[in-house]
Design a protein around this ligand. Sequence first.
Ligand code: ZN
Ligand code: ZN
Length: 234
Amino acid sequence: MAAQMTDAHRRFLQMLMSRGIMEGSAARKAHRHCCEIYKVYYAHDKLDEFVGTINRHLQPLFMQVRKGMAEEDGSAHYALVNLAETEITKMASDYAENELELFRKTMDLIVFSENGYASSTEILNLADQLKTKKMKKKEAEQVLKVFVEDKWLSERNGEYTLHTRCIIEMEQYIISSYPDVARKCNICHSLAIQSQVCTSCGIRIHLPCVRKYFRAQTAPRCPHCNDVWSAEIP
Ligand SMILES: [Zn+2]
Ligand SMILES: [Zn+2]
């Protein structure tokens, strides 16, 4: 029998909606917390089932709680995904047209890059080329900051990549918008933005997946073409 949607499930969903994304450990804590408050059956290893119950009830609304992986460290994350919307409608209500254009162009830079990053200089150079309405560099800097705060981009030392939330929510959009460049990881089969590429056959593998997959191998070989894996194992 399928589990009932209880107040514990509803509370968990509210927490997820207000945060946008939850790290695995935060989600496990929230799971326990919600079950305890509403005196609902709790088992620490039943989070995915708990989420499955929520998802069955979200289905008619074209929404889904989706689990994804942070590309930096491989940790699990949960985000609420609206299956009926494209990237543009997801973000359209929150940003001006030229801000959306800057985001799309930033996404182009990141997806087309070798390593999954775009530098702030590259992005800020786009500001006065926007077709919708040009931006001053200062303005563009401010907009980038908001994209980071809103968890669409993440930044490290002046380099920008797509936030885990963005990848979980927009995976399908990115794969269909960049059919020639967007690739799935050969190991976990999720979209791979920050990844290593096989120099022989071109398959991509996430850095945490590289670490896990090649852990026991002294002379790593590509899982697809069996050629020597030339990138350094992180
Ligand atoms: Zn992977
Ligand atoms: Zn290969």
